[in-house]
Design a protein around this ligand. Structure first.
Ligand code: PMP
Length: 400
């Protein structure tokens, strides 16, 4: 009965790794994957994560019962505190509901389905461009996806005027997806002053903000700095949604641990929102997994482990920033034509190089360097040893 099916294409991002794995070249380089690598090119399990896991193993009272539909309650409380700040008015006034979800993706999907079911506007505006999964997640959640201008290829920076025009023209009440920090794929974030303008515009038009926070701590190295835009939207007393992921900042990619928070106007509303979120989650996957959320809870509740985590996080962020500097310098010393300053200006895990699909394809074929066809490279996949190879390839392709 399935014989009529055609072969589906690989996921455009995950497919890069599939192609990389098939390449026998010893110099091959995978810059497609959005996962941190050490200077030796290896995946990293944080020390604090190892310690937390050891604590969990040593605790013989721990059981493997189902979690409630909303997940691990302590994890939810700690996650809200981490993203909104311990002194957040929304937490103080108890007008927030947080549910554990399957990493950032699951949090976006649950939030999307909740909005499609209960919010009066069904259109969500996402940045142009954005992470490839966003349009699919929200379409399948039952929302209509539209885009707003975000990136300016000419400056390789923010098209702030275009952004304001497009959000200004969106129908009142529309949902707007905002990347909290380290915009994927461009690495271009608004300044705090620009965030304030965005906030004012959105509030004046009654637009609903849905923050995607997949990189808290990864952009600047500071958890508080990276959460600032969200906190500005919460401080004004208005509503918003926040999807959090611990994939990158705790290196818990495969544990699928994240949280969806909905900030409401009152504790009473938050309680009813939570009851409805449970109806979204129950038929989808019943309840979330216990292990990853337990690791996060152990780290966030313990002052020493928390401090150790911030240091390890900062070290990852600093290594990425150092890769930016090294790549920029390597192109400068080669005299590669063009302005490459965006490599050091952009923020977070990715650089949007400005290379086009034909150039990307040349680099893959001739240099065995793998990246998404939009020219996005993961700085976390680079090391001091591989920077020269990448710089050679970029130099070759732009002088070809
Ligand atoms: N949002 C953005 C912008 C991302 O880049 C990612 C990860 N690539 C996610 C959400 C979700 O990732 P995960 O489901 O692994 O937490």
């Amino acid at each position: 009965v399935f014989a009529h099916l055609v072969q589906a294409p690989e996921d455009p991002i995950l497919g890069v790794t599939v192609a990389y794995n098939k390449d026998p070249s010893p110099v091959k380089l995978n810059l497609g994957v959005g996962a941190y690598r050490t200077e030796e090119g290896k995946p990293l399990v944080l020390n604090v994560v190892r310690k937390a896991e050891q604590q969990l193993i040593n605790d013989r009272t721990r059981i493997k019962e189902y979690l409630p539909i909303v997940g691990l309650v302590e994890f939810n409380k700690l996650s809200a505190k981490l993203i909104l700040g311990a002194d957040s008015p929304a937490i103080r006034e108890n007008r927030i509901t947080t549910v554990e979800c399957l990493s950032g993706t699951g949090s976006l999907r649950v939030g999307g389905e909740f909005l499609a079911k209960h919010y009066h506007q069904k259109t969500i505006y996402i940045t142009q461009p954005t992470w490839g999964n966003h349009p699919k997640i929200f379409t399948l959640a039952g929302l209509t996806v539209k885009t707003y201008r975000y990136y300016d290829p000419a400056t390789r920076g923010l098209n702030f005027q275009g952004l304001l025009e497009d959000l200004g023209a969106a129908p009142a009440g529309s949902i707007v997806l905002l990347h909290a920090c380290a915009h994927n794929p461009t690495g271009v974030d608004p300044t705090i002053q620009q965030w304030e303008q965005i906030r004012q515009l959105m509030r004046s038009k009654g637009l609903m903000s849905f923050f995607d926070s997949a990189y808290q701590g990864f952009a600047s190295g500071s958890l508080d700095t990276d959460a600032k835009p969200i906190r500005m939207f919460v401080a004004d007393g208005g509503e918003c949604l926040v999807a959090q992921s611990y994939a990158k900042n705790m290196g818990l990619y495969g544990e699928r641990v994240g949280a969806l928070s909905i900030v409401c106007k009152s504790a009473d509303v938050a309680g009813r929102v939570e009851s409805q979120l449970k109806l979204v989650i129950r038929p989808m996957y019943s309840s979330p997994p216990i292990h990853g959320a337990s690791i996060v809870a152990v780290i966030l509740r313990d002052k020493n482990l928390f401090n150790e985590w911030t240091l390890e996080l900062k070290a990852m962020a600093d290594r990425i920033i150092s890769m930016r500097k090294q790549l920029f310098e390597a192109l400068r010393t080669r005299g590669t034509p063009g302005d490459w300053s965006h490599i050091i200006k952009q923020i977070g895990m990715f650089t949007f190089t400005g290379l086009n699909p034909a150039q990307v394809s040349f680099m893959t074929k001739e240099y065995h360097i793998y990246m998404t066809s939009d020219g996005r490279i993961s700085m976390a996949g680079l090391s001091s040893k591989t920077v020269p190879h990448l710089a050679d390839a970029i130099h070759a392709v732009v002088t070809k």
